[in-house]
Each structure stands twice: as C-alpha cells, then as structure tokens.
Design a protein around this ligand. Structure first.
Ligand SMILES: [Zn+2]
Length: 366
C-alpha cells in the first residue's frame, strides 16, 4: 500500500498549504485535510483498547500513546432527564483533548518535528506537555497568568511554561509571534487535532450498538469536540453505517457566547463578542477558529445553540458530582443547558453528553 500523505488546503479559499502551516498562507483561514481517510468498519483493529483501534482512519501512524480513548459511556439521569455521559475526563491527562493531541503529536514525530509552540487555557497545554515531553518534543506553551495553578504545574512538568499577563488573548498573541519561526501545535487550528477528536464519535457508535444518538450536547469554545463528533458521524454516514446525523447542540456560558449569538441572529459567521468572566474557563473563546463550520453544522443537523448562566453551571456541576461524576465547571455547561431547555427534547431522545474535563485539577493544591 502506498503511504498516506495528507493534502492540506484552506477551507475558505481552497489554496494549498504546507503541512505545518497553521493557517492559510493566502487568506489566513483555517486549514483542513483534503483527503481524509474514509471510515471503514472492516479496518477497526478490535484488539486495540485505545482510540488507535481506528488507526487506519487516522492521518498518522502511531509512535507514542498513553492509551487514550475508549472512555466509558454511562447512562444516568438528572431531574428525570435520561442521558449518556461519555467520560472524556478519564483520558490520560483528564481531558478530551488527549484525542487530538495524540494524533497531532504522532504526526509531528513522523515528520521529525521536535520543537513546537502552543497556547492554552490549561487542559490543551497540559495534554500537549504530557505527550510531547516523554516523546522527545520540546513544547513551549503560552498560558495566561490567570490560568489554574494545577494546570500550570501539569504543563511545567513536561514542557516549558511561558506565563503571559493581561487578557487571555494576550497569550495567544505571544504564541502567534513565536509561531513565525516554530511549528505551532495548535489545538484550535490543527486539522490533525480535529481528526483525533472524530474518534469520540466512532466510539459512541460502537458503544450504542452501531447506531447514532439523536442528539449530542457539548460545551463549545473553539468547538474541537463538537466538530469532532459532527465530522465523525458524517464519516459514519458516508460509509452507510448510520441512517442520519445526530442533532448537534452547542452550549456556551453567557459570559462568552459568540456561537449562540450567531445562531440566534442566523449569521453565517459568529460575531466577535466580549471576553468576559465565567466559571466555565475552558470555553472563554470569543473568536472560534472554525465558527462558520460550527454554525453550518448546527443548521444542517437541525441542532441548536444554548447559553446558560454561571449559577446554573455550578448547580449542574454539583448534580454530576453527586452522581459520582467529578468534572470541572466547563463540563457541566451542557447539563445546565439540557435542564433549562428540556422541552426542546422529546422524552425518548437518545442524548450524549461528553464530560470533557476532570474536576480533580480544580482542587486546591499545595
Ligand atoms: Zn485561504
């Protein structure tokens, strides 16, 4: 078999880009893989108990893994609302981001890239550090001084931590400057990262007995997990393995809700909103890189976008904890939205809610 070579193109203008360009050299738009590996159920490696069972569908070979993926799907109920919780916080670094990180890092290793930069509120940086350091990649990770102390410690264990003061976007600006000369291993921009997120859909499909749920609710910052699920089920649909796509529901905190505003105003692209404070610190993203695609997916799947207040998020986080599901506040945004908008869902709807990040990182340290 000829080795797989991903072709990188701009999703806005179709220009061709080099493999480690992080945005379109012509128009600055986000990049994508023009020739993704199609889903093929016969190529699932059923003996591999990590997301690498889908290795034949991923745009890289595996060189380093921490056993990511294959997270439990647990049926639970809150206020009489039944749903399946996908325990993404049980990934190796306590967040769903490990799915994207492992694919991106393995592609970097395959191309002999050993020096990268990244910016992160915490979870993506902690994930990249845990994969980069042990596999011989030096990662310089730009973080706001206001990021959680625990996440900063996790980053510093296996990478170079660069703290940037000011608003959250200041760390992003500093990272973009560094990306002029160093490969940008971006969880927000990299199409390899997004390819890894698609495996969450493949797992849910297997766990539900080879079918699609009716609806999937995720927190949305840049929308990596949201788009991963959407693209994953689209790949399953193209392969003829599911009859229809799940309704994709984006949920955001009222303090930073560009996707909800774009949805309510029926826009093609989200408006640039304020970066305000919210307890859901993992999704304070006022300019999502693939905002157009998120809004398009919502339209095409008869989905929706909901905003919730911090008080509702805190209440939902507590309810999850009382069911043994100990997650960070950002992960409770979808449950807060489901409780508030329950009348938008028929009683027998099969709902998937990924629980994205561990609550343990939020515990006070010493
Ligand atoms: Zn372009």
């Amino acid at each position: 078999m000829t080795p797989y070579t991903p072709q990188i193109i701009c999703i806005d203008c179709d220009a061709t880009a080099a493999i480690w360009d992080w945005r379109c050299p012509e128009c600055g738009g986000p990049l994508d893989i023009a020739n993704p590996q199609p889903f093929d159920a016969d190529r699932i490696d059923a003996g591999t108990w990590s997301l690498w069972r889908y290795g034949a569908m991923l745009p890289t070979d595996k060189r380093f893994s921490l056993g990511e993926g294959m997270t439990p799907l647990v049926q639970t109920s809150v206020d009489g609302l039944d749903f399946y919780a996908k325990l993404e916080y049980l990934n190796p670094t306590g967040s769903y981001k490990d799915r994207g990180t492992t694919v991106l890092v393995n592609r970097l290793l395959g191309e002999n890239v050993h020096d990268v930069v990244e910016d992160s509120s915490g979870n993506a940086g902690a994930s990249l550090a845990a994969y980069a350091g042990p596999s011989g990649i030096h990662a310089r990770i730009f973080v706001s001084t206001t990021a959680s102390a625990a996440k900063k410690r996790l980053i510093a264990t296996n990478a170079e931590l660069v703290e940037v003061s000011g608003v959250r976007s200041a760390a992003t600006a500093a990272c973009h400057a560094a990306a002029e000369t160093t490969v940008y291993a971006s969880h927000a921009w990299s199409p390899f990262f997004l390819a890894g997120q698609m495996t969450a859909a493949y797992e849910v499909w297997e766990q539900l007995g080879h079918r699609a749920p009716d609806a999937i609710l995720t927190p949305v910052g840049h929308g990596g997990l949201f788009l991963g699920f959407a693209r994953g089920f689209a790949a399953l649909h193209e392969a003829g393995l599911v009859e229809r796509l799940p309704r994709m529901i984006a949920t955001q905190a009222a303090g930073c809700d560009p996707i909800v505003q774009g949805y309510e105003q029926q826009l093609n692209a989200p408006p640039v909103t304020q970066e305000e404070e919210t307890i859901a610190d993992g999704i304070i993203v006022n300019q999502p890189v693939r905002g157009r695609e998120i809004l398009r997916v919502i339209r095409e799947t008869d989905g929706a976008a909901y905003r919730v207040q911090d008080a509702a998020i805190i209440a939902a986080q507590k309810m999850l904890a009382e069911r043994g599901l100990f997650v960070e506040a950002t992960s409770a945004v979808p449950l807060a939205a489901l409780r508030e908008y329950r009348h938008d869902f028929a009683a027998d709807t099969t709902i998937i809610m990924p629980l994205t990040g561990s609550g343990l990182k939020g515990l006070p340290g010493k």
